[in-house]
Ligand binder design. Structure first.
Ligand code: AMP
Ligand code: MG
Length: 335
């Protein structure tokens, strides 16, 4: 039985359980909404519908709050208001501060492969997708002039952030969904439903295992060939996938992924997808994006600085479907 199908680079499928429902006092509930632009499901076990519905509503409310803080599509989001106030110290919410700090950390660890200050380049990619033309060298230079963590200052005590140049634009698209799914799981646990799973497209965070099970089974499948890579068993862990299967633009016969290559500031042209399992949703999300840029050769050096994290990179461009698995026991494969 299939619970959720997620379509990005690799497909992650949450495999439902039919087993011990009769013996267990808890029943399985699933709720779905569109959040942060993607179909989001909350799956949980609860004794009755009222508990389940209240917990589900609280989880969606938390995700909504994070969308209000971190969206780069809405001019009124906290993130966009911060970008509009370059040159000033701006007080920000705890969530935004935490995500910015984690984004900066992944950026430093990945030598800038993951870089949430690349908003201006993401803007150029979106325009290219709309108009079918690549940015000019001047436009790329101008974008580069308003990027980089060296232009962002943090003041821990007062929870203040300052962007040092007008025109800067932060983009949390590579980390916000993993963070939001993680916070939604926190809410579900506090609401008395620790056996839960939140799936936001390619970013999934699991709480405790379903009754009588060792974890939530998530199938990793190559989307184009349909070739199964394997099933992962998740308990109090996150899995994210990144790649270019759905989000890309083709110009002059070249395919540019929505993941920006920091070297060119154009979309990545190497065909690559990554799966990362981690103890934190925000790490899984950001590291999967980073590995799409870095490739398997540099993956170990990056992943080693994030405890409880494992990875799989697929370099299946065209007909090739090599999968490099270096999960070192962190990814628990199952039947
Ligand atoms: P994901 O689907 O998690 O891999 O995130 C992709 C999104 O992250 C893109 O749609 C952009 O909004 C943003 N992004 C693109 N390239 C990068 C990059 N190199 N580092 C950080 N964020 C990026
Ligand atoms: Mg990501």
């Amino acid at each position: 039985m299939v619970g959720v199908a997620i379509r990005i680079a690799l497909v992650l499928v949450v495999v439902a359980f039919s087993g011990c429902a009769a013996a267990a006092p808890e029943r399985r509930f699933e709720f779905a909404r569109v959040c942060m632009g993607v179909r989001t499901t909350v799956t949980l076990y609860a004794r009755d519908r009222e508990i389940a519905e209240n917990a589900g509503a609280a989880a969606f409310a938390r995700i909504g709050e994070l969308d209000d803080a971190m969206s780069d599509y809405r001019a009124g989001s906290e993130l966009m208001r911060l970008c509009a106030r370059a040159g000033e110290w701006v007080w920000v919410s705890e969530d935004l501060f935490r995500v910015l700090e984690e984004a900066r950390r992944v950026s430093a660890a990945s030598d800038g492969a993951f870089d949430a200050t690349m908003g201006p380049a993401v803007g150029l990619w979106r325009r290219a997708k709309k108009d079918g033309r690549l940015p000019t060298a001047e436009e790329i230079d101008a974008a580069r002039g308003v990027m980089g963590w060296g232009l962002v200052e943090f003041e821990q005590k007062g929870r203040l952030v300052a962007l040092r140049r007008a025109g800067m634009r932060l983009d949390l698209g590579g980390i916000a969904k993993g963070y939001a799914a993680q916070r939604a799981v926190d809410v579900l646990k506090r609401a008395g439903c620790p056996r839960c799973l939140v799936a936001m497209s390619g970013d999934i965070v699991a709480g405790d295992a379903p009754p009588g099970e060792k974890g939530w089974r998530v199938a990793v499948v190559m989307e184009r060939s349909g070739r199964p890579i394997g099933k992962i068993l998740l308990e109090n862990a996150a899995v994210s996938t990144s790649g270019d299967t759905e989000q890309f633009v083709e110009i002059g016969g070249v395919r540019y992924s929505h993941i920006i290559d920091p070297a060119t500031l154009l979309g990545m042209t190497a065909r690559r997808c990554a799966v990362v399992v981690s103890t934190r949703g925000e790490w899984a999300d950001a590291l999967a994006t980073a590995l799409c840029v870095m490739g398997p050769e540099r993956a170990d050096g990056l992943i080693d600085t994030f405890p409880g994290t494992g990875w799989v990179v697929d370099e299946g461009g065209g007909e090739r479907t090599d999968v490099t698995d270096n999960s070192r026991g962190v990814i628990r494969w199952t039947d």
